[in-house]
Design a protein around this ligand. Structure first.
Ligand code: MN
Length: 205
């Protein structure tokens, strides 16, 4: 843990991991330990440790096709973009847990938003400036008022016009991540409205 938090992901960390494995630490336990350490070290260092652990535990008794995958992607999240911190500021407008990671200069208004399965935001409106969603991981939904919901997959880009009432979030059974870009405009604001009808959301699947 100390080595991870110092960002040391080299041969000495590998040596410790190999010892741990010899002493019976399973890949799941290793993933839990690294996840815990990452809370202190930050994701860039954590991912370096995950990559190393993936090599050390790679030939454990895993079903074919899953080797080395699960440990680095515990919930199908992006490996390239950080999950960030709990979205406390907007939690009151979300059902379920979400996380936010500002990307680049904060003035850019670019944020990676991570939704746990079943998490979505309330109906809301971006006044004056719109919003662009760039989907990067998992499966989610976007819906405009009065229109059918639209399934979102990595690579999908949604352009939300100002003054359009809408919501976005994860599918019920999948984590979801999108980068949200605020379109700059004089006097831009967001208006938060009622939650998405739970029954209508459940029917989306
Ligand atoms: Mn929005």
């Amino acid at each position: 843990m100390a080595l991870i938090s110092q960002g040391i992901a080299d041969s000495s960390l590998r040596h410790h991991m190999e010892n741990a494995r010899k002493n019976g630490v399973t890949r799941e336990e290793a993933a839990a330990i690294i996840t815990h350490a990452t809370m202190y070290s930050g994701w860039p260092k954590g991912w370096a440790a995950f990559r190393l652990a993936k090599e050390v535990w790679t030939d454990d008794e895993e079903p074919a096709g899953e080797k080395g995958v699960r440990i680095a992607e515990p919930s199908g999240l992006s490996k390239e973009f950080p999950k960030g911190v709990p979205n406390d500021a907007y939690a009151q407008y979300f059902v379920g847990n979400s996380w936010v990671a500002p990307l680049g200069d904060p003035q850019l208004g670019a944020t990676n938003v991570t939704f746990e399965p079943g998490c979505r935001n309330n109906w809301h409106i971006h006044h004056k400036g719109g919003q662009v969603l760039i989907c990067i991981a998992g499966r989610g939904w976007y819906q405009e008022w009065g229109k059918p919901a639209q399934e979102l997959r990595p690579g999908d880009v949604v352009s939300i016009q100002p003054e359009v009432k809408h919501w976005h979030g994860a599918a019920a059974d999948s984590w979801f991540q999108h980068i949200a870009l605020a379109v700059p405009a004089e006097g831009a604001s967001a208006e938060w409205l009622e939650p998405v009808d739970a029954q209508a959301y459940e029917q989306l699947g």
